[in-house]
Design a protein around this ligand. Structure first.
Ligand code: HEC
Length: 133
């Protein structure tokens, strides 16, 4: 049997459309994927002590990017945190998550993230939360 003549061009344009979608999809989902990675890291590494919307062993972290250090009402910060006086931005968060004592000596957060990649992803996540609200 002779193959139907019109299937070849139809198949070609279908393949072209699929190729185009495969090319565009990563670009469209990059930003969402990145936030997803940060959210997962936050849940894995930080939620033992922090939540976004309430104080636990650590202060609530929703909106922490751009917030003054030690300023959540009702949280019992260490003395150093209460008097530190800076605002959380990329460089403070980067240093805080590498070695909290280099930012505020004698603070009560006994934790650090050894991976620079993980620190960056968590910081982008916290930043995205603050700037989309
Ligand atoms: C073992 C518990 C613990 C873990 C795990 C932890 N934290 Fe903390 N965090 C604290 C405590 C306690 C404080 C308050 C420190 C103080 O008052 O000296 C704090 C404070 C902070 C602050 C300052 C907030 C403010 O209001 O000024 C930031 C930012 C922060 N943590 C981010 C993180 C991130 C991001 C993670 C995960 C990568 C994390 N923490 C993991 C216990 C923890």
């Amino acid at each position: 049997m002779i193959p139907h003549k019109s299937t070849k061009p139809a198949l070609d344009s279908l393949l072209a459309a699929i190729a185009l979608i495969l090319m565009l999809a990563p670009a469209m989902s990059n930003a969402a994927d990145d936030t997803q990675v940060g959210r997962q890291l936050f849940e894995k590494r930080c939620t033992g002590c922090h939540a976004l919307d309430r104080n636990k062993e650590g202060p609530r972290l929703g909106g922490v990017y751009g917030r003054k250090v030690g300023s959540v009402q009702g949280f019992g910060y260490s003395a150093g945190m209460k008097s530190a006086g800076f605002t959380w931005d990329d460089s403070h968060l980067e240093r805080w998550l590498s070695d909290t004592d280099s930012v505020v000596p004698d603070n009560n957060m006994d934790f650090h993230l050894a991976s620079a990649q993980e620190r960056a992803a968590v910081i982008r996540y916290l930043k995205a939360l603050s700037t989309t609200r």
